[in-house]
Design a protein. Structure first.
Lengths: 113, 113
């Protein structure tokens, strides 16, 4: 089944403890992206990647890192999480050619205390 | 910067009534427009994808139109059912110098049995 898989689905952590949220897709998509969703603010893009070893900042990149060493994986790294990073996170992927549409993962609910 | 607006923010209708959800965007230089459904705390499910060259797309009881020049899209859901209760998100990919998916804040629909 074609899908975007995120792990974990739920995570509670403490301020300052480094964490990684994994994202993997099996559709050979070039384009991958991370979004966070907050009440009243909607979905905002954190980082995106056009292809392997190519990443760029979205609208809200502060406090996050990403890497794209393989085409299928695009992990989101929080080096020193803070409470304002408590949110619902989504990974998405697409073919690079405009017009193919996005596929989203099921989301990761992160709570930083 | 691309701005996407969805009206109304919330909608409550009796079962059987047709639903009309509106989406507008400020930059008409888009590649495509995608409608998603989101259940509370869950991921995004793609409903319809309309390419910039298309006027509408249909899937079952769902029909989405696109007027690119005026920056508008409308999602019609015929003969609504309680299972249609969810938040519906409109997203556009691209705009001038804008290679990303920009989301509206969504319309939360409640269908009363």
């Amino acid at each position: 089944e074609a899908q975007v898989t995120q792990n974990p689905r739920y995570l509670i952590t403490v301020t300052g403890k480094k964490l990684t949220v994994t994202c993997s897709q099996n559709m050979n998509h070039e384009y991958m992206s991370w979004y966070r969703q907050d009440p009243g603010l909607g979905l905002r893009q954190i980082y995106y990647s056009m292809n392997v070893e190519v990443t760029d900042k979205g609208d809200v990149p502060e406090g996050y890192k990403v890497s794209r060493k393989e085409k299928r994986n695009f992990p989101l790294i929080l080096e020193s999480p803070s409470p304002n990073q408590t949110s619902l996170y989504f990974c998405a992927s697409s073919f690079a050619t405009p017009g193919s549409g996005y596929t989203f993962g099921s989301g990761t609910r992160l709570t930083v205390v | 910067k691309q701005e996407v607006t969805q009206i109304p923010a919330a909608l409550s209708v009796p079962e059987g009534e047709n639903l009309v959800l509106n989406c507008s965007f400020t930059d008409s230089a888009i590649y495509n427009l995608q409608w998603f459904r989101q259940d509370p705390g869950k991921g995004l499910t793609s409903l319809l994808l309309i390419q910039s060259s298309q006027r509408e797309q249909t899937s079952g009881r769902l029909n989405a139109s696109l007027d690119k020049s005026s920056g508008r899209s409308t999602l019609y859901i015929a003969a609504s059912q309680p299972g249609d209760s969810a938040t519906y998100l409109c997203a556009v990919w691209g705009g001038s110098n804008d290679y990303k998916l920009s989301f509206g804040a969504g319309t939360t629909v409640t269908v009363r049995a």
